[in-house]
Every structure is written in C-alpha cells, then in structure tokens.
Design a protein around this ligand. Structure first.
Ligand code: ATP
Ligand code: MG
Length: 417
C-alpha cells in the first residue's frame, strides 16, 4: 500500500480565510512601502552559510541552534535564510548597491528556523522586511518606525500593540554596558538558568531577555544602558524619540529590550501585543551599523525591521477583518448549448472587471445555491430560450426580482450598483 508522506513539522498549508489574511498583510505592506518610497527587492532563499554565521554572530540562538544548513552536491555549505538582513547586506556589497545609498528596500518571503513549533512559531514562516542601508541619520530610524506604525494602523490591528523602544548605544557605550552586565551576572551566576550561565561571557545582553523565571529577578535588577550612554548616543536617541513625537507615534521606553543578533547599535525596538500568547512580538528591528564590516564590506550604517506575516495575519483575522471576496455575479447555464455560450459571457464580464462565479456542473437547484453562496448580488440564468433570443434572465438575489435583458446590456446593469 502507498503511504502519503506527511508535511514537514513546523510548516503550514495556508488556505481560505487564513490565506486571505496573509495576502492582506502582504498587499497592505506593498501599498504602504510605496508611500514611504521603499524600493522592492527579491532575494535568494539560500546563501552560503558564512553570510549568516559571520553576520549574525556564532553565539546567537539563530546560528547556534536554528539554521537549516546542508552541503550541496558540490560540497559547499549552504543555509536556508533564517532572516533577510544578512542576505540583503551581502547583496548590497556584492552588487555595488553603494551607488544607490541611502537605499530603502522592502521585501517579503519565507524564512527557515529549526525551532520548537507552536502557535505563532514555525520552522518555515514568512516576514515582511524593510531596510534603510547607508544612512546613519536618526531620521532613517524614525521613518522606519513611522512606517511600521502606519502599517499596523492600515491593517486595523494597532490597538493593543505597543512600540517598545530602547537604545543600545554606540560601540563604546555598548561595550561598557556589556562589561558591567558580565560583572553583575557573574556575581549571581550560580542562581541563573543553565542557558544564561552559558550565555554569560559570550552574550550577556541576551540574559536580559530571558523568559526563565530563575533569571527574571536578576535581569530586572541588572545595570541599565542609560548609565553607560555616551553624549553622542544620548543625542541620537533623543533625535529618534523627538521624531516619533513629531509624527505622533506612541512608544514606551523598554530599557531591557535587546535584539538577538550581535550587530545591533543604537535603536532597538519591538511592536508587542498580549493578544498572541507567548509569541507576542509581531515586529522587531533596529540599527545594525556593525554588520557590513562583519561581512567584509565598507563601514555602512543601516537600520531595518522585520515582521512575522503569520502573527500579523492572526491579529488581522482576530479583528474580524477577513473574508474571501464576494463575486459580483454568478452565471447559471441550463443545458449544453448554454454551457458553452456562458463560457463566453463569463469571459466578457471578467474582462470588464467583474468577479464572476460559474461552476462546472450541477442542476438548477445546486447552481442556485452556489450562486447564493458566492455572495453575488445578481445571478444570470441562461437557458435555451434566452440563448436563442441573445438574452439572459438577470435575477437580483437580494430582492428576488428578475428581468430578461440582452447580453450586451448586462455589464452596464450589473456594474452600476
Ligand atoms: P522571537 O523572540 O519570537 O523568537 P525573534 O527575535 O527571533 O522573535 P526576529 O528575528 O526579530 O524574531 O524576527 C522578526 C519577527 O519575525 C518576529 O517578531 C516574529 O513576528 C517573526 N518570527 C520570528 N521567528 C518566527 C517563527 N519561528 N515563526 C513565526 N514567526 C516568527
Ligand atoms: Mg527567535
């Protein structure tokens, strides 16, 4: 007997209303990114493994535990992209996109991470992504944040989602803070979770963001970045918050917010909600001025964000925002001659911009109920008699009224509502 292979754990087959919510997120992003003049990019789904291991940092969760890496038939180590930024940075360097700097880019697509699957967390998931490369000005950070806020509003899901904002300072501030954190956590090492003991020397910032209850009291009482910010870093952060105020984007200061990847500097942020259970971060990003150099490129300031399409789509669906689109008109042919003629009629109406529902089979009763399900206002009933006269019976499915009209008069009758 043949057995059917199962789908890969952590992948999803998205269909119907859920797929509509997914498409709504992507379409809204496409519309909004144009308003902010972000240019579209399409990126490869896989890259040489070094693109990610060098830019994300070997100690990050993504690189140490979550990457899908494999040797191709030529023996080269490749990795399915776990995020967009590193690949975009690689492309910026290898294609000489410096000539376009500052370059504002938008993209979306699938990402792959070997994680424990649960609601809102998958092994193949999808993101929308926006980056500004080659701009060290805080105005770039502000523009990205205002765009993110605008997108959530356009999607109708901004209520209950808050922008949490932090600064990680410049390299000097961050290093001083990091050293203070290592010293502080070392003094409490015995009481920390095993994961955090592990991270202590390599990636102490990550302990701040630990969800383990054993770590929380120490994470909450740890030294704050504010005590280590240089005057320049303070000015930068001040310019970002003033820009947000000018654009009326509300935010909350989150002094313990850090980003998972090593290359972040200055601005770090997340849009979070309590409506998605444990997977409450819908959008995250920040400034990554150190990344290009880690990839062997020239020093290039950059800032960006990414948002999980599935998580946004869940919020869109919860807000009652999605339904599959209704048809404008349903065609009901009665008999073989009408079947063929109606293919022509359907084509004409669709070319004129109407959404036409027409099944392939069934008796009058089945077809009537299908017409009602399609949400169409009108049904066109075409039998031999109507066909001979070059007409159709136009039935208003709301009022029940019907009238016979010549075929050529139908688009006008239906289009005008
Ligand atoms: P988390 O803390 O939830 O693991 P992260 O910091 O790893 O998030 P980023 O790398 O910043 O996430 O990715 C940006 C966004 O992509 C997240 O805010 C989330 O909406 C989405 N995302 C990340 N990983 C997954 C996943 N495995 N499944 C679904 N969505 C994800
Ligand atoms: Mg993660």
């Amino acid at each position: 007997m043949n057995t059917t292979p199962q789908a890969i754990r952590g992948t999803q087959d998205i269909f119907g209303a859920e797929a509509e919510a997914f498409a709504r997120v992507v379409q809204t992003f496409e519309r909004v990114r144009r308003l902010y003049r972000f240019r579209r990019a399409e990126m490869p789904v896989f890259e040489k493994t070094a693109v990610f291991s060098r830019s994300l940092g070997e100690t990050t969760d993504v690189v140490s535990k979550e990457m899908y890496s494999f040797d191709d038939r030529g023996g080269e180590s490749l990795t399915l992209r776990p995020e967009f930024t590193a690949g975009i940075a690689r492309a910026y360097i290898t294609n000489g996109w410096q000539q376009h700097a500052p370059l504002k880019l938008a993209t979306h697509g699938p990402l792959f991470r070997y994680e424990r699957p649960q609601k809102g967390r998958y092994r193949q998931f999808h993101q929308i992504d926006a980056e500004v490369i080659g701009a060290g000005e805080p105005a770039a950070d502000v523009e990205l944040l205002v765009m993110a806020d605008h997108l959530l509003k356009e999607l109708g899901i901004a209520d209950g989602v808050t922008l949490q904002l932090n600064t990680l300072g410049d390299a000097a501030s961050r290093d001083a803070w990091r050293a203070a954190l290592v010293e502080y956590f070392r003094a409490h090492a015995a009481d920390l979770s095993e994961d955090s003991q592990d991270r202590l020397e390599r990636n102490p910032l990550r302990i701040l963001d630990s969800k383990d209850p054993r770590d929380r009291p120490f994470a909450d009482a740890a030294p704050r970045i504010d005590d280590y910010l240089s005057a320049e870093a303070q000015d930068f952060f001040g310019a970002v918050t003033q820009g947000l105020e000018a654009a009326a984007v509300a935010h909350t200061r989150a002094p313990a917010l850090v980003r998972g990847l090593d290359y972040y500097r200055h601005t770090a942020f997340e849009f979070v909600t309590d409506r998605l259970g444990a997977q409450g971060t819908v959008l995250g990003g920040g400034r990554y001025d150190g990344l290009m150099e880690a990839l062997g490129g020239p020093a290039t300031p950059a800032v960006g964000w990414a948002a999980g399409i599935e998580r946004l789509a869940m919020l869109v669906a919860d807000a009652g925002e999605v339904a599959e689109a209704k048809a404008d008109v349903a065609i009901i042919p009665l008999g073989p001659a009408a079947d063929t003629a109606c293919l022509g009629l359907a084509a004409t109406l669709r070319r004129s911009g109407l959404a036409v529902d027409m099944g392939y089979r069934g008796n009058m009763k089945k077809r009537m109920s299908r017409a009602n399900d399609s949400g169409a206002r009108f049904a066109l009933i075409v039998g031999d008699e109507e066909l001979a006269a070059g007409e159709a019976m136009v039935k208003d499915l709301v009022s029940g009224e019907q009238e016979r009209l010549p075929l050529h008069a139908i688009p006008a009758r239906i289009g005008v509502r």
